[in-house]
Write a protein that binds this ligand. Sequence first.
Ligand SMILES: [Zn+2]
Ligand SMILES: [Zn+2]
Length: 164
Amino acid sequence: MVIDLEPVFNCPGKYVDIDYTIDLTSEEYGGAFPFAEPVKVKGRIQNECSVVELCAGVVFPFVAACDRCASSVSRQFDFEFRHILAPSLENEDSDDIICIDVKNFNLDELITDDIFLSLPSKFLCKDDCKGVCAGCGADLNREECRCKKEVDPRLAVLQQLLDN
Ligand SMILES: [Zn+2]
Ligand SMILES: [Zn+2]
């Protein structure tokens, strides 16, 4: 969505409400397409005493493979974003202020960047996911590791000698 924010910038007190969806279903993340449904975006861009602020909340289901056990997990994410917007002419680049093209403000771009920056670097099915054993491939959440039981045949012979 591209918005003309000139009326907002020119008039203290003025605001625009945002209530729409962004389709990120074709966005790749971690080699998959985890944005199963369009992202719901709700918020407001308001000029308060000549400072234009964007407040937006997003809600979306995220479907991805657990980083440890690779099982498919679906989770509902919601994030809130706040930014001070300034005309790009002022060129005040900082972490707090986002310089924009006031007449053609690309909200999708900003929100999409925000979402990607907010996603967790590790995605786990549960905090204490035990993962998959590198030796036997057992899903340690559901089954026991088989490594210990499968004794190497050569070691078994040795074990027998020791037992005798
Ligand atoms: Zn897991
Ligand atoms: Zn194992």
